[in-house]
Design a protein around this ligand. Structure first.
Ligand SMILES: NC(=O)C1=CN([C@@H]2O[C@H](COP(=O)(O)OP(=O)(O)OC[C@H]3O[C@@H](n4cnc5c(N)ncnc54)[C@H](O)[C@@H]3O)[C@@H](O)[C@H]2O)C=CC1
Ligand SMILES: Nc1nc(O)c(N)c(N[C@@H]2O[C@H](COP(=O)(O)O)[C@@H](O)[C@H]2O)n1
Length: 227
């Protein structure tokens, strides 16, 4: 069984940070990049984020452009892609913006370690998929998503989910906007955190394109050693 074509889209500072040490969201890119991100959302079957991002940023993950939402509907799809949260312990707040804003399907992926009462609450708001014992099993989840019709998956972070997806060989491409600011801080999240690769396992990338955009640059990379 296959998995979706999967890409990470992210914005980082010139020193590789995706938010501050307090995990406060920073406007790293500008309007052109946000519009590009909106187009990526509109042309994806699903968008995935980690629970850390939901708790820190409370993103809605909606398609902002009305004409893009209409175009999706004209093609027989929901106005926005499926919104997926990777949430081992079922901590997604019931009043999170992904539930309140926009239309369309929501999936909360939890593990067997999620408290039953929280799972029941989330089932009122979303399809809850249980995969993995302690943590969400991303390999199994992507197979399941593929069998549900998700062929193109956009991953919007954060740092820990990016690591987990990359280290499991589940990412095909990375689109990284590099902005004209320095955030600094040993503890500020970077594009890829997690436990890090050993020297022999370091991932190799192929530069597909680079483009000056807003006050920064958009880099598009293909991941070479993926599965
Ligand atoms: N500049 C940008 O483009 C973006 C920045 N961010 C920033 O990233 C930060 C959040 O990143 P993180 O704290 O790293 O959280 P995250 O969003 O990567 O979520 C990680 C959490 O997901 C859960 N999880 C469940 N199963 C997992 C698995 N198999 N592997 C890994 N994690 C699993 C764990 O609870 C883990 O702590 C925030 O500060 C946010 O502002 C987030 C998205 C985009
Ligand atoms: N692409 C991008 N550029 C920036 O400058 C950013 N600060 C972010 N942050 C992420 O964008 C998401 C916003 O989602 P909604 O507008 O609420 O739908 C959120 O996940 C931020 O972490 N991205």
């Amino acid at each position: 069984m296959g998995r979706p074509f999967t890409f990470i889209n992210s914005a980082m500072s010139a020193d590789g940070k995706i938010s501050t040490k307090e995990r406060k969201q920073v406007r790293i890119s500008g309007d052109v990049d946000f519009d590009r991100m909106d187009e990526l959302r509109a042309t994806s079957d699903a968008i995935m984020v980690g629970i850390g991002t939901v708790l820190a940023d409370d993103p809605s993950l909606t398609v902002k452009s009305k004409s893009r939402r209409s175009a999706r509907k004209d093609n027989g799809s929901d106005e926005g892609p499926i919104r997926i949260v990777i949430d081992s312990k079922a901590r997604t707040p019931l009043d999170a913006d992904i539930f309140i804003k926009g239309e369309g399907k929501r999936i909360i992926a939890v593990s067997g370690s999620a408290p039953e009462d929280r799972v029941k609450m989330l089932q009122q708001k979303a399809l809850v998929i249980t995969v993995g014992d302690e943590q969400v099993d991303l390999v199994a989840l992507l197979k399941e998503l593929y069998s549900m019709g998700v062929k193109r998956l956009m991953v919007e972070g954060g740092a820990t989910l990016n690591w987990a997806m990359l280290s499991n060989g589940l990412v095909d491409e990375i689109y990284s906007f590099v902005g004209n600011l320095l955030i600094g801080g040993t503890c500020a999240p970077t594009l890829v955190d997690g436990s890090g690769f050993h020297e022999d396992d370091i991932l190799k990338l192929d530069l597909m394109s680079m483009e000056k955009m807003d006050e920064g640059v958009l880099l598009k990379w293909a991941v070479l050693n993926r599965y």
